[in-house]
Design a protein. Sequence first.
Length: 318
Amino acid sequence: MNTIKSPVAIEINYDYSREAHFFADIINDREVIHLKTQSDADLSKVKYALVWKPDPILFSRMPDLEVLFSLGAGVDHVLTLPVAPDIPIVRFVDHNLTTRMSEWICLQCLMHLRQQRDYDARQKNHKWDELYQPVASDICVGIMGMGTLGQDAAGKLKTLGFEVAGWSRSRKQIEGITCYDGGELDNFLGKTDFLVGLLPLTDETTGIFNRQLFGKLQKNGKLGGPVFINAGRGGSQVEADIVDCLTEGTLKGASLDVFEKEPLSGDSALWDFDNVIITPHAAAVSSLDALARHVANQIERYEQGQELEYLVDRSRGY
Ligand code: NDP
Ligand code: OXD
């Protein structure tokens, strides 16, 4: 018997026309409805939808929706929707995304370790002037959020020679990495020179990166002050406190990929610090072919009666 498979609705908020074929090529056994360009399509038979920040009105047009896929690893944008169906939410977990994030984290740690911004300034002034240079093993990188992304970054930073510590709600056991659980935050902070944020945005993590927390970081490290690196979510950081801490020297530098409000306002003071590196929420973009493969795999699992992977736990918020 030839059964008609339910369509997949895809809602992506940027122009991906050149890459749209990935979905048709990879999810080739069912109709793919691109909500951006097919805004009037009939969604009444859609069981699967891939969304980032959907207009909640969409859900009333998809009464048969069974699984919601997040276009990203984070799901705060879905969990905070005013209306969302009470169905399984699958987040995006993929080697491609994880690798991109670790590239960004390692790059930022090396930029600060090797004082690249200082050398850039010297180059601009045609100044031949060597700086005192610690080695990676002199620096402890402390990662808050030891999930998929945190653990991969931790391993790669370790390979680069950094001392690495990790903090997460539940303590991890990872060879060569000192791991702390949720109750041991102060001990973790006290040994951290470079603080890396890879936390999801939840009620508990909102505003966690604030003046009080920065004040607990290791002050006597070999680079003369701690550095804050965040690629989790901007809602976890208090930007006014970051500006104050950079100004008074509680923080020596920062690398920020995420912001309280995105895009970062043109008049934010963060743009103008010499030792602050800003990227536009681009640390780890979700590649569309990897996304399409992920959605296709999970639908196949689901329809064969296997458990969906990477399910969001609504009670934890991630
Ligand atoms: P995971 O769910 O795999 O990991 C989350 C980690 O955070 C876990 O270790 C978890 O602890 C820990 N955690 C959560 N809440 C708390 C808390 N209250 N106290 C202590 N630890 C906590 O997520 P990923 O690693 O896949 O992704 C992390 C985040 O990175 C995403 O949620 C997203 O916001 C962000 N992201 C940003 C991107 C960018 O381009 N800037 C790209 C992709 C993701 P436990 O292990 O005990 O559960
Ligand atoms: C994500 C992101 O959550 O890109 O994947 O922020």
